[in-house]
Write a protein that binds this ligand. Sequence first.
Ligand code: UDX
Length: 436
Amino acid sequence: MNEKEPIGVVGVGWVGLVTAACFAELGHPVVAREIVAEKVEALERGEVPIHEPGLPELIERNRERLTFTTELEPLLEPARLIFVCVQTPPTHSGDADLSAVTGASEEIGDAEGKALVMKSTVPVGTGRTIHRGFPGLAYVSCPEFLREGTAVRDFMEPDRVVVGADPGDEWAADAVAGIYEPLGAPIVRTDVSSAEMIKLASNAFLATKISFINEIANVCDEVGADVTEVARGMGMDERIGPKFLNAGLGFGGSCFPKDTQALKMLAGNIGYHFQLLSSVIEVNELQKRRVTSKLTKHLGSLEGKRIALLGLAFKPDTDDMREASSLVLASRLEGEGATVVAYDPVAAGVASALLPTVEMADSAMDALDGVDAAVLVTDWPEFGKLDWAEAAGRMGNPLLVDGRNFLDPEDLFSAGFTYEGIGRPGVEAEKPAKAS
Ligand code: UDX
């Protein structure tokens, strides 16, 4: 076959848009369906509604192979494989809200000779339920492992691709595996339920690694060890590995908090108490507020103090504020009577609606003007390049709590700062001698 397999994508959120653009880059004609008409119109005008490095260029380069539509028909007509990339947010009970997934499945229905390929993160058992409802439609679970900020690279250079299908749907699994084959990554062929669990368990394991190192950091704080050194030494053990061992203000974003909660609820719903995961979630909640005690150690009461937050997004290279540590932290500081001023190079617009009482500054230096302390919340590269000696001069009191252990304590000390990290010994600026 000369022509590449046409692909349908349902849901043009962050996962859907990255997936559609990357499939087009691999040479496939892609029809992507989104029910929000304004989004389709914006995409047709060449506007990319999310901040994801490399994505606008990819969409531009593959315009001819990428079609956006509000209808399902233009997608069902050419494509055998329909990738479902709709949202599965948590409900009030912590279970995943599957209404968008169910809606998409019902619309596609029993389309003979077609396959629904599930990219959305769903509870284990969802695939089998959908398949029972529409036995004529093949079903493949192909979970995504994309990270915000590096999604295009993650798509093009995956560690592995998981393709789960049950007996009878091998043709669809073969076709999905064939699409990913040019990427040269190992392809894990398995059943639908195991594929669903691989996704949930991978995210839960990474979240566990983060909460684990955060607890080690909290103990390091008490015993005078340096968690960055501990993580370096641990990470050299191949069984442990160096990644996801950065202690800090905890994990946020659209996936880890939601997926750990969803797996915990999934287990709970079948009568199993997933104790470890409950602790991972609790440790993460407490971690977001830990810096307040570091601030009070130096400032006493925070009442009337002015505190700067450097970074608001849940991690660098994104404007995503979902479950960002900054939300909890800003509210906590205001709860203690402080005034909060913040700077984020990308997320300030999104953040101002969520944090209406926080002053948004136009630059890091502006945010630091006259403050009693600053907290580095997001490890944006530009904070590494800031002139910290100038910053010390601008601040009323040069105290920095580095919530991501991002900066070198010695550099900050040389710049005149009192520095506190998370689980690493701080340095105290020399106080100018009092005039007698
Ligand atoms: C994550 C998964 O990595 C990805 O595979 C999945 O598809 C979606 O969820 P993402 O949410 O984009 O991706 O962010 P990630 O880079 O994994 O970071 C998640 C959070 O953990 C961030 O808040 C980050 O600051 C925090 N983190 C990460 C740490 O606190 N320490 C670390 O060592 C690593």
